[in-house]
Ligand binder design. Sequence first.
Ligand SMILES: NC(=O)C1=CN([C@@H]2O[C@H](COP(=O)(O)OP(=O)(O)OC[C@H]3O[C@@H](n4cnc5c(N)ncnc54)[C@H](OP(=O)(O)O)[C@@H]3O)[C@@H](O)[C@H]2O)C=CC1
Ligand SMILES: C[C@H](CCC(=O)O)[C@H]1CC[C@H]2[C@@H]3C(=O)C[C@@H]4C[C@H](O)CC[C@]4(C)[C@H]3CC[C@]12C
Length: 226
Amino acid sequence: TAVFLGQGREFARCRVGMLVWAEMLKGKRVIVTGASTGIGEQMAYHLARMGAHVLVTARTEARLQKVITRCLELGAASAQYVSGSMEDEAFAEHVVKEAEVVLGGLDMLILNHVGNSYFNYFDGDVGHVQKLLKINFLSYVAMTVSALPRLKDSGGSIVVVSSMAGKVGFPFTAPYSATKFALDGFFSSLRQELAIQKADVSITLCILGFIDTGKTSAMWTLLIRN
Ligand SMILES: NC(=O)C1=CN([C@@H]2O[C@H](COP(=O)(O)OP(=O)(O)OC[C@H]3O[C@@H](n4cnc5c(N)ncnc54)[C@H](OP(=O)(O)O)[C@@H]3O)[C@@H](O)[C@H]2O)C=CC1
Ligand SMILES: C[C@H](CCC(=O)O)[C@H]1CC[C@H]2[C@@H]3C(=O)C[C@@H]4C[C@H](O)CC[C@]4(C)[C@H]3CC[C@]12C
C-alpha cells in the first residue's frame, strides 16, 4: 500500500490503505523486537489495535509486562513477552522458537531493537563497534535464519527498522551507522535471493529520519533538528 501524506483525496486514499492494512494484520502472528520503549512499543500498540497476536521482546521485563497489558487493552488477539539481551545470539534464536511454541507459527518478524550508542566524535573504541554489531546486526541475521522456515510456510514478512544514518554517513554516528549500513547490504541481498528462489517472503527496510521519542536530551534534539 502506498501511503500518501497530505490533504483531501490523497488523505482519503491513505485512510483506505490503512483500513485494508489493518484487516490484513488481524489474527497475524507478529514478533516485535525492542518493544519496551520508543518506536517498537508504539508499533506493538498499532498491531494490537489491528487485532494481531503480538510477541514483544527487549531486556527490561517490567516494561514488557506493561506493554503486553496495554496491548491486550487495545485489542490484541494475544500478547506475550520474552525478555533477554540480543547481544546473545542464542537468545535471538530462542525468541523465534518461543513464537513457534506459543503462536504456532509466524507471519511477521519486525526487527527494531538497537543497542545504546553515543552521538559524538568516534572515540576509537573497537569493542563498542563489535558489541553494537552483535546487537544491531548479527542478532537480526540470527533471528532471520531461525524465522525463515516459518515465514516461508506462512508467506510472511520481515520488517527491518533502519535509519537515514544507514544510507548516508552523518557525523557523530560512526558505530551506529556502520551497523545500519550492514543491515542494508545483508537484507537487500537476501531479498534478491528469495526472489530468485520464488520464496513467498517479503523484506522491507524502513529508512527513518530523526524521531524524537523523548530519549534524546533537549540539547541534542535541537542540534540534530538544526
Ligand atoms: N528515534 C530515532 O530518531 C530513530 C530511530 N531509528 C531506529 O528505530 C528503531 C527504534 O529506535 P528507538 O525507538 O528510537 O529506540 P529506543 O532506544 O527507544 O528503543 C530501543 C529498544 O531496543 C531495546 N534494546 C536495547 N538494547 C538491547 C539489547 N542488548 N537486547 C535487546 N533489546 C535491546 C530497548 O529495550 P531494553 O533497554 O529494555 O532492552 C528498547 O526496547 C531502531 O532500530 C533505531 O535505529 C532510526 C532512525 C531514527
Ligand atoms: C541528522 C539525521 C537527520 C537528517 C535529516 O532529517 O535531514 C538523523 C537521521 C537518523 C538520526 C539518528 C538515528 O538514526 C538514531 C539515533 C537516535 C537518537 O535519539 C539520537 C542519535 C541518533 C544516532 C540519530 C542522530 C541523527 C540522525 C543521524
